[in-house]
Design a protein around this ligand. Structure first.
Ligand code: CUA
Length: 356
């Protein structure tokens, strides 16, 4: 079916279960073969010279060689070209793996001593398991509640550190149904080796059936809307900019002008920082009035509030996640408008859920 079949014959490789796997394996095999080639070449040459130029009599004085320009150019230029080739190939792979596609299914991952929590866009949650659909792009937005962990799926050839205090991203396209290992690949305490789980790749219909079978809690955006009200964010962040805080409608993904004259992109990291450390980046025209919510909300709750802000943003985020599904049973305002694959959702303003 694909050119990867010959590589998958190699017994010590894990399954190639994502779209990255083939090229990552090819790259490693190339490095392995290159290393093997030069090891043999240097070993054999050394052995040959050892014998050929051995001392033949006691008083023998070897002839002095003063240098060989062509040889020196050759052994400088050839390794340079080889290493640049390795660099270019590695960099290309790296950029592919660490540049998230815009239209991916977004799953939020929280690492915590010693378990992995996953939260799907429609509110399904799971622990130490991750169900993903075959052939769809999946983007993981990850953070940690405590120490550094690392989300490692060998069969996908993806491994990304999960760091407290920031969001990291990983993405892949599952290419083969099955159940695969999930490991924590960063020593994180006594139970580190037990911080393992399963990644289950399912055909799309099976995946949909699985989604329906999991007791559906509120979607992250819906839960976020509720926190937004219960934490009284809505008292200040009025729509239209009339409140003490800036309006959050149509904010996500835009450039925000700050009081100090600089500009920042309203992405997950910026929103998270503004919730936990509001004084760090003050929006132009507003005072440093907001109290910190550090310690009052968990990372998962911060993520939910961000999902809510996304859902009232210019039609991104939750949009793609819900798009392929037939109308979710009780999708309410924040996430629902996204369920329609409109070309220019920016014009379509969702109704406000909890906000006044
Ligand atoms: Cu978490 Cu090791």
């Amino acid at each position: 079916m694909n050119p990867s079949s010959f590589l998958s014959l190699i017994p010590f490789f894990p399954d190639q279960a994502s779209s990255f796997a083939f090229e990552v394996d090819l790259f490693y095999l190339f490095l392995f073969a290159l290393t093997g080639f030069f090891t043999v070449l240097i070993g054999v040459a050394a052995l040959y010279f050892l014998i050929k130029y051995r001392r033949r009599s006691k008083g023998e004085v070897p002839e002095q060689i003063e240098g060989h320009l062509k040889l020196e150019i050759a052994w400088t230029v050839i390794p340079f070209l080889i290493s640049m080739f390795i660099f270019a190939w590695g960099a290309k792979l790296y950029y592919q793996m660490y540049t998230a596609p815009g239209d991916a299914l977004e799953i939020f991952i929280t690492g915590k001593q010693w378990m992995w929590r996953a939260q799907h866009p429609d509110g399904q949650r799971e622990i130490n398991e991750l169900h993903v659909p075959l052939g769809r792009r999946v983007k993981l937005t990850m953070t940690s509640e405590d120490v550094i962990h690392s989300y490692f799926i060998p069969a996908f050839r993806t491994k990304t550190d999960v760091v407290p205090g920031r969001y990291t991203m990983s993405w892949f396209t599952p290419a083969k149904t099955g159940t695969y290992h999930l490991f924590c690949a960063e020593y994180c305490g006594t139970q580190h080796s037990g911080m393992i789980g399963k990644v289950i790749v399912m055909d799309y219909p099976d995946y949909q059936a699985w989604l329906r079978g999991v007791p559906r809690e509120k979607s992250p955006a819906e839960a976020g809307a509720q926190f937004f009200t219960s934490l009284a964010c809505n008292n200040c962040h009025l729509d239209g900019g009339a409140g003490r805080g800036p309006s959050l409608h149509n904010l996500f993904g835009t450039d925000v002008k700050l009081a100090n004259g600089s500009t920042v992109k309203a992405d997950e990291t910026y929103l998270r920082e503004s919730i936990l450390n509001p004084g760090a980046k003050i929006v132009g025209g507003y005072a440093n009035d907001m109290p910190t919510f550090q310690g009052l909300v968990t990372e998962e709750q911060v993520a939910m509030i961000i999902q809510y802000i996304k859902s009232i943003g210019p039609g991104q985020g939750a949009a793609t996640a819900t798009a392929p599904r037939p109308a979710a049973p009780s999708s309410v305002a924040p996430a629902a408008p996204a369920a329609r694959p409109t070309e220019r959702p920016a014009s379509e303003r969702p109704a406000k859920p909890g906000a006044p």
